[in-house]
Design a protein around this ligand. Structure first.
Ligand code: 5AD
Length: 491
């Protein structure tokens, strides 16, 4: 059977979509190639959020098409996802080697379209049409090859975004908000728990708006079509948003030890969600709060729907409920009209909040977004210079926060070998910090208390030599770990 290689650009939602496409292809008899050179089909799952992401995927496709042309290999080339959605047909004209363009609502048709191409029923396919119900199609997970499936899993709970921030292309690429039912999501999470998954990350473009939009027939967006409605509820039932109801439902699942979610919107951190951090022990002490700017003037131009003051209030409410909570954010520098004073307010906000992690972006104009035609576009050098200044501050704050973890004992969920050094194991704290330690593969999937002995760049190093911890030699003969390296230097 033909083999497929899928390369993913962009966010966790794209990673999840690629996985679901891969699972779908395996079920249809395709195999997964270990690299593009060994594949009969190469699919690029693309990102449109900044121009750089689009250019990277376009350059990659040009290089692939040229390589295959030179070597005379017949390879099917396709674009999936956000850029496929926003550029559609135009991609076939720009890149003559490309055979397939599948938008964000048609990913579940990938196998069908590849069959058509391979059997010669069609020579090219472009499908970017909206499809009702497609939000429920990102469901399948890859089978665990050797009985040791992943410890963590992504679960897509909704698609699309109705927020229409003026800089953002996502409403165009992902469409309006559509949610899966709580019942459907819980069934998927239960299946994952049965396979040994311990941590679930609930995914969507704006998860805090989960279930808020009514379904096509006016029923609540979080209810399956065959469930009774209206739902009988006692008068005294506390008012909770559909997203908090979903968290509660996933929280009930035996075997799931940790729940994360991304990406939320700050305005979605209502009292019910903040209170959930204190009430639901499986909901980890970690919150991503994309602030974008520290200036009220810019926040308004961005159409973010909150002020700097409201943002700071959310942070302090969260810290009141969970003092050790890890807080990360997204920031855009160089939005049209951003003055040095606006930028200073963003820096000041970073000093005030002391984020654990910041994803810092240079503003990139996106087609058909209001910001792209706003006055006051900044020269590249100004954006570069502000980006460098912000990065320096952000890194120095994060270094301090990571260093403050040294000497503390924290719980980690061991995910597998460290990426940089496969002889070491890697896990994540509840507040989402990576911890590397000298463990063995049998620690995979375990929740361990570990003492932090050293802090590096966005990485902590743990000491395995604590009471009750057996860093022992690998137990299985097939262990890839080999000899255990020497301990991490203390301090
Ligand atoms: N330019 C730069 N960054 C952007 N983001 C979204 N759109 C743009 C853009 N046009 C960033 C935001 C968002 C993150 C996923 O990407 O910070 O939160």
């Amino acid at each position: 059977m033909p083999s497929v290689y899928i390369k993913t650009y962009g966010c966790q939602m794209n990673v999840r979509d690629s996985e679901a496409v891969a699972a779908q292809l395996l079920a249809r008899g395709y195999t997964l190639a270990p690299s593009e050179d060994q594949a009969d089909i190469v699919l690029l799952n693309t990102c449109s959020v900044r121009d750089h992401a689009e250019q990277t995927a376009l350059n990659k496709m040009r290089a692939l098409a040229a390589d295959f042309r030179r070597s005379g290999r017949e390879v099917v080339l396709g674009f999936l996802g956000c850029m496929a959605q926003s550029r559609g047909e135009e991609l076939l004209r720009q890149l003559p080697g490309v055979d397939l363009v599948i938008g964000t609502q048609k990913l579940h048709r990938t196998a069908e379209y590849l069959d058509d191409l391979l059997r010669g029923r069609r020579t090219r396919v472009v499908d970017t049409a909206p499809e009702p119900g497609s939000e429920s199609a990102i469901r399948e997970h890859l089978p665990a090859g050797d009985g040791s499936g992943p410890v963590t899993a992504y679960v897509s709970i909704m698609q699309g975004c109705n927020q229409h921030c003026t800089f953002c292309i996502v409403p165009q690429t992902r469409g309006p908000e559509r949610s899966r039912s709580i019942r459907d999501i819980v069934t998927e999470c239960r299946e994952l728990a049965a396979r040994g998954v311990k941590e679930i990350t609930l995914l969507g473009q704006i998860v805090t708006s989960y279930g808020r939009r009514p379904g096509p027939d006016g029923r609540p967006g979080w209810l399956a079509p065959d469930e009774p409605w209206p739902v009988p509820e006692p008068e005294s039932a506390p008012k909770r948003s559909p997203f908090v109801r979903l968290l509660e439902a996933v929280h009930e699942i035996e075997g799931i030890e940790r729940i994360r979610f991304t990406a939320p919107h700050p305005k979605g951190y209502g009292e019910d969600l903040i209170e959930a951090y204190g009430r639901l022990p499986k909901l980890v002490e970690s919150a991503h709060l994309p602030v974008q700017s520290g200036s009220n003037r810019i926040l308004k131009l961005m159409r973010r729907g909150y002020t700097r003051e409201r943002f700071l209030e959310i942070v302090s409410r969260l810290r009141a409920v969970q003092p050790g909570i890890g807080i990360s954010t997204d920031i855009i520098v160089g939005f049209p009209g951003e003055t040095e004073e606006d930028f200073q307010q963003t820096l000041e906000l970073c000093r005030e909040v002391e984020f654990d992690n910041v994803f810092l972006f240079k503003y990139s104009p996106r087609r058909n977004t209001p910001a792209a035609t706003m006055p006051g576009a900044l020269p590249e050098e100004v954006i570069e210079e502000r980006h460098a200044r912000a990065l320096e501050l952000i890194n120095s704050i994060a270094r301090r926060r990571y260093a403050a973890m040294v000497g503390r004992t924290v719980q980690i969920l061991v995910e597998g070998p460290s990426k940089k050094n496969p002889h070491r194991m890697m896990g994540r704290t509840r507040c989402n910090k990576i911890v590397v330690f000298d463990g063995s593969p049998r620690h995979r999937g375990q929740l361990l208390d570990i003492r932090i002995v050293r802090a590096g760049n966005y990485t902590l190093y743990g000491d395995p030599a604590i009471v009750g911890f057996d860093s022992g030699a690998p137990v299985s003969a097939s262990s890839p770990a080999g000899p255990e390296p020497a301990g991490v230097p203390a301090g």
